[in-house]
Write a new protein. Sequence first.
Length: 115
Amino acid sequence: QVQLVESGGGLVQAGGSLRLSCAASGRTFNTYDMRWFRQAPGKEREFVASIGWSGATYSTDSVKGRFTISRDNAKATVYLQMNSLKPEDTAVYYCNARGVGGEYWGQGTQVTVSS
């Protein structure tokens, strides 16, 4: 069982930055692939970025060059550094862990970007 707790969301002006954190419980964090998703009002949840247990990263085209995913296995935490934020980045951001133990979701954190 893995529990995920996101933090770091908030209100920011366009062009600003935020760093989201996702703290995981459990001793097997380093075996999980970690991902960030987001869901805007009236839209389906969409993939944002991922970082594998090996450290390999991938992100969706709309955030490339602006968002960076990273992980600290010693702290069992994954981060999403978001720069040059745009109003269309407004959404609830969810942390996801996927591995041999199953798949888990956090409760989400709201990010609002004003124009």
